[in-house]
Design a protein around this ligand. Structure first.
Ligand code: NAP
Length: 499
């Protein structure tokens, strides 16, 4: 970062933006076939933001047709690997070059601090596209063992047309997790971003096209889930749906696949991740990990550490430390303020849902230690302060439901087996963590925790080399890492007999 970012600077960036809200299909912008649009309300101040095309089944048909034509023509999948790599690396570079603009689009839509959008979301999006671009000329096919009179090639081939349906909490990052491996593998994609967060997806597609992705390889259709996501998932000419979102909609997606053409499905779904702290742990490190793990992105994180399972003897001390870290380090401010660490929730309806879940939790007996209330209402935006609840048991709603807001439920335990039982007593299995200085226990516990990722004495550390995804009702299939490519390919055997 070379610039000295100020609120005034970001206001200037904002006032210079031209918001593009049309679909991006076959290398060009298109209004919805119905001509209809909808208005995105800005979470930072409740004011009207972008006008977006309200997509429908006909728009999905057009996007799928463009994607299919690009795939069948081979204009992308048959290109020289080096050339494909060069295009994807250029795309990653363009994302970096346009980082401030993309960061502002993300912040306008999502309400997260623009500095976080720039330094985390834009960076990881570009890194993701680069990671998979770099893989393109490093993937080998196989030759299977046969007798001397035959040769069997086992080819890894792209599936065809991928429908990607993504959520609003980390739009650019999750788009890159899907677009990177799907496109690197040679597929074409129709991306349906969440209705709340379409702007960065549209711009990403345009930048991909500018970098050299042929028309039709990446298409974006904006609109509501029922009107665009559903026809995409039911489409007879889509080979796979890569979905990230709620468990509830993930189950619908499985149904759509079954009702249509038995397309493949990969699901990254919800979470209610446990973070377990034993009394021998470094409590300062644990407090910081809990606070950032739960409250970063205003708690709108699938793997947020929303359940603190803490040994009773240190509960009081740890909660005091969490409160101190939260108050001193996690500044909740207007998203254009460079000092903001967290910003607004995604929309008014969601804020009200979070507040009503908090109220219901208190009625059940959860005791508020601090926070968890609406703040900055004078801005017109949708802000809820980070908050902690104690006197909890794991059967209370705040400990079971995915709140998707900055709310921590602290549940005490006495013995290790009890901690493990509580940690695993959830329908989800996305992530978890254990804090202890006893490494035997740390590894024993990590093996026994049913979660796609387990951290030891840290939280939310990752890179592109590690797979990410869930067990149980957190879904199946993995984003990130070299393994993600497999999801977008199939094996094809070509057997040749000699003599
Ligand atoms: P959501 O309501 O399930 O929506 C996800 C996507 O599905 C959106 O694009 C949505 O469109 C679309 N959709 C809604 N109804 C649909 C339908 N009937 N058919 C097809 N598509 C449909 O989730 P969200 O509220 O955006 O995101 C929050 C959820 O995502 C949380 O549960 C969170 O845990 C999960 N998540 C998981 C991960 C992970 O990696 N496991 C990562 C991030 C988020 P519209 O919203 O535009 O209508």
């Amino acid at each position: 970062m070379t610039r000295d970012y100020t609120r005034d600077y970001w206001e200037t960036v904002l006032s210079g933006l031209e918001l593009e809200g049309r679909h991006f299909i076959d290398g060009a912008y298109r209004a919805s076939s119905s001509g209809e649009t909808f208005t995105r309300i800005r979470p930072m101040d409740g004011k009207p933001g972008a006008q977006l095309a309200r997509g429908n089944a006909a728009d999905i048909d057009a996007a799928v047709a463009a994607a299919r034509a690009a795939f069948e023509s081979g204009v992308w999948r048959k290109k020289e690997p080096l050339e494909k790599k060069r295009i994807m690396l250029k795309w990653a570079e363009l994302i970096r070059t346009h980082g401030e603009e993309l960061a502002m689009l993300e912040t306008l839509d999502v309400g997260k601090p623009v500095m976080a959008s720039l330094t985390v979301d834009v960076r990881l999006c570009a890194d993701g596209i680069q990671f998979y671009g770099e893989m393109i000329d490093k993937i080998y096919d196989e030759i299977a063992p046969t007798g001397p009179n035959a040769r069997a090639l086992v080819r890894k081939v792209p599936l065809g047309v991928i429908g990607a349906i993504t959520p609003w909490n980390y739009p650019m990052i999750i788009d890159a997790w899907k677009l990177g491996p799907a496109i690197a593998a040679g597929n074409s994609v129709v991306l349906k971003p969440a209705e709340q967060s379409s702007l960065s997806a549209i711009r990403l597609a345009e930048l991909g096209f500018e970098a050299g992705l042929p028309a039709g390889v990446l298409n974006v259709v904006t609109g509501y889930g029922e009107e665009t996501g559903k026809p995409l998932a039911l489409h007879m000419d889509v080979d796979m749906i890569a979905f990230t979102g709620s468990t509830e909609v993930g189950k619908l997606i499985m149904g759509y696949a079954a009702q249509s053409n038995v397309k493949r499905v990969a699901l990254e779904l919800g979470g209610k991740s446990p973070l377990v702290v034993f009394e021998d742990a470094d409590l300062d490190a644990a407090a910081s990990a809990v606070a950032w793990g739960c409250f970063y992105n205003s708690g709108e994180t699938c793997h947020a550490s929303t359940r603190l399972i803490v040994q009773r003897s240190v509960q009081e001390t740890l909660i005091a430390k969490i409160e101190a870290v939260t108050r001193s380090d996690i500044a909740l401010k207007h998203p254009l303020d460079p000092a903001a660490q967290i910003g607004a929730l995604i929309e008014e309806e969601h804020m009200n849902k979070v507040l009503s879940m908090i109220a219901a939790g208190e009625k059940e007996g959860a005791r508020r230690v601090f926070g968890a209330e609406r703040v900055l209402s004078e801005t017109g935006g949708y802000y809820v302060s980070p908050g902690v609840f104690v006197d909890m048991t794991n059967d209370m709603s705040l400990a079971r439901q995915e709140i998707f807001g900055p709310v921590l439920a602290a549940i005490p335990f006495d013995a290790e087996e009890e901690a493990l039982r509580i940690a695993n007593d959830t329908i989800y299995g996305l992530a978890g963590a254990v804090f202890t200085r006893d490494m035997d226990r740390a590894h024993r516990f990590s093996e026994a925790l049913h979660a796609g990722t387990v951290w030891i004495n840290t939280y939310d550390m990752s890179n592109f080399a590690t797979p990410f995804g869930g067990f149980k009702q957190s879904g199946f299939g993995r984003d990130r890492s070299v393994h993600a490519i497999d999801k977008y390919c199939d094996y094809k055997t070509i057997w040749q007999q000699f003599g």
